[in-house]
Design a binder for this molecule. Structure first.
Ligand code: VGL
Ligand code: ZN
Length: 207
């Protein structure tokens, strides 16, 4: 059915969360918030919309955690691109205090091997090692995933691309994300493909 006049840039969307939908909360951890080791501008702004969304009737609410050993290859001291962050078990790796962890049904830890990085919540960056998230979602009968968190241009993007490739209907909730490079407009165009839809939380009934 054709709808509306301004549907070319943003298709009209009314999303009703149900049992075959998963909410995936990506890396809402202290080190990615203002004051953290790898702080993302306004990273804490994702928490309020995610807390509202997590209360809705999803089949599961998955939270990912970047969970690195102290000698992780992504750290500057190892020749990597990032300052040391999200060291497993540290305060920086903990979920943000303001994140309501009550509705979270499953926690997926990633980047756990010293010799691999994993932006995606599904696989390491080489695609070789699964976190088990794909099998979990399939076992729970999930068909559609709604994704928010940090950072839009790294771990959210990688998680969304894998979800779409794996056959899940994939929605990225823009106002529930913040990017490392907030000036990068390309990421929005890259993400709004035929297989990934950018939505905002007011599109979701009840949020
Ligand atoms: C992330 C850089 C390094 C992220 C994780 O969560 O987007 N970015 N590790
Ligand atoms: Zn990391």
């Amino acid at each position: 059915m054709m709808i509306g006049v301004d549907t070319e840039t943003r298709p009209e969307t009314r999303i009703i969360p149900g049992r075959d939908d998963a909410l995936i909360i990506v890396d809402v951890q202290n080190d990615f918030l203002p004051g953290g080791a790898l702080a993302i501008d306004n990273g804490d702004a994702v928490i309020a919309p995610l807390n509202r969304l997590a209360k809705l009737d999803f089949g599961c609410v998955v939270a990912t955690q970047d969970w690195h050993p102290a000698n992780h290859l992504s750290f500057h001291a190892q020749g990597g691109a990032w300052p040391a962050h999200c060291i497993r078990g540290s305060a920086g790796a903990a979920f943000a205090d303001a994140l309501d962890t009550g509705p979270i049904t499953h926690i997926i830890r990633k980047g756990v091997r010293a010799d691999r990085d994993s932006y995606s919540g599904f696989f390491d960056n080489s695609g070789q090692f699964s976190t088990g998230l794909d099998g979990l979602l399939h076992a729970l009968g999930i068909r559609r995933v709604l994704i928010g968190g940090l950072a839009l241009d790294y771990c959210v993007a990688a998680t969304a691309r894998d979800a779409a490739r794996l056959g899940f209907t994939t929605l990225v909730i823009e106002d529930a994300c913040r990017a490392v490079d907030s000036g990068n407009r390309q990421i929005h165009a890259q993400l709004s493909s035929e297989t990934i839809m950018l939505i905002s939380s007011p599109d979701i009934i009840g949020a």
